[in-house]
Write a protein that binds this ligand. Structure first.
Ligand code: TXA
Ligand code: MG
Length: 364
């Protein structure tokens, strides 16, 4: 399949181009488009055959449900069976924006979208291109992140192209996504609001309007997770990634220096993803073979969020054999950054204490 590219102004997309892309959606094709979080891979959410094409293009397991994207809050009535008061509060406060709500679904929503669940995830994005495209399509648009399943989510049209060229009808290129991490997913179908995935709207923001919010823990592959997507390894670069987690920045730096020296001595290509401050300190010593990437200043988790996925793709391209990532603070959107890093690492963390011989093997 020939994949078309529509380049648009992210703030004022050309309506003629949007109509053309929406026409593809209406005719059952799959189209990638920018949102304020990451690029989505959209299809008509009321058309089972179109939705199946999303799963095929991404190589996504059929038991992982999709988010329906809408252009107006009023459309929610057509999708969900009940809109509780707390959903209305969240809509008023956070829509359009990076917040997805899980609610009991209406029977007419295809089971392919919800992977057979009785609930459906819905979000109203704020990005002008996403809004215009969904409005022009005139249907709820089912859209997961527009990456091959398991890879880092795309924050630029080039990332979508790398993963999906030839497999989808079109990519609407609206430049770089502002937030850089996927939406927050909150389940409102039960007694207590349940945070399934941290994201652009922080736990602190949710608690400020809802009061108590339960937070989903990590889920073993054998368990039935609340959000089906939680059991899969995600956002993963090709090389093994380790989170380096020390109490102090001095400890982090000495640990990183030691790990890097050991790996370079074995002729491995090492990548370090860290705060601008740590990167600056590591740069003081010239070390060929060391790939350094800054997530931005330690005090700016929003910048780390914006950069993370692109950097994970970059270190892959640079041919890293092993990747170390410095842990970031978990206040605000830092929690979402750490959540994605843990998933990318498959849970691998290095703490400062063990002697080199006691450290777990770093084989792939
Ligand atoms: O920011 C985002 O949310 C992006 C953009 C494109 O909107 N989309 C996105 O979709 O990240 P995806 O498919 O990559 O992640 C959706 C997550 C998955 O973890 C999925 O399991 C969960 O939402 N989910 C979807 N429907 C659900 C449901 N009915 N109950 C629980 N979890 C659900
Ligand atoms: Mg995804």
């Amino acid at each position: 399949m020939q994949t078309r590219i529509y380049k648009v102004d992210p703030w004022a997309p050309d309506p003629i181009v949007i109509e053309e892309a929406a026409g593809l959606l209406a005719s059952g094709e799959v189209v990638a488009f920018p949102t304020e979080t990451v690029y989505g891979l959209g299809a008509n959410g009321l058309d089972s055959r179109a939705v199946k094409k999303i799963f095929a293009a991404k190589g996504r397991p059929a038991d992982n449900p999709l988010i329906l994207h809408i252009a107006e809050p009023e459309t929610l009535h057509e999708i969900v069976a009940d809109i509780p008061e707390r959903a209305q509060i969240l809509i008023r406060r956070f829509w359009p924006g990076p917040l997805t709500m899980v609610l009991p679904k209406k029977p007419e929503i295809p089971s392919e979208v919800t992977a057979g669940l009785s609930t459906v995830a819905v979000r109203m994005p704020a990005h002008p291109v996403a809004k215009a495209l969904i409005a022009a399509a005139g249907v709820p648009v089912a859209a997961p992140s527009a990456n091959i399943s398991g890879r880092p989510s795309p924050t630029r049209a080039e990332h979508v192209w790398e993963d999906l060229a030839g497999k989808i009808a079109a990519v609407v290129d609206g430049g770089q996504c502002g937030i850089g991490l996927e939406s927050t997913v909150i389940d409102l179908s039960g007694e207590v609001p349940y945070l399934l995935r941290p994201g652009g709207i922080t736990l602190e923001q949710l608690e400020a309007v809802l009061g108590r919010v339960e937070v989903a823990g990590e889920v073993a592959a054998s368990q039935t997770p609340k959000a089906p997507g939680m059991k899969y390894r995600h956002y993963a670069p090709k090389a093994p990634l380790w989170i380096v987690n020390a109490e102090t920045t001095t400890q982090t730096l000495s640990l990183l220096n030691r790990l890097v020296e050991e790996d370079l001595a074995r002729n491995e290509k090492v990548a370090v993803i860290a705060s601008a401050e740590t990167v600056a300190a590591l740069e003081e010593k010239a070390r060929p073979g060391l790939i350094l990437r800054s997530l931005g200043s330690r005090n700016e988790p929003a910048v780390a969020a914006q950069n993370l996925f692109a950097i994970l793709r970059e270190v892959d391209k640079a041919g890293a054999d092993v990747i170390y990532a410095e842990a970031v603070g978990t206040a605000g959107i830092g929690a979402a950054v750490m959540n994605r890093l843990y998933k990318a690492a498959g849970g691998r963390v290095i703490n400062p204490d063990p002697e080199p011989s006691e450290r777990p093997g770093r084989a792939k």
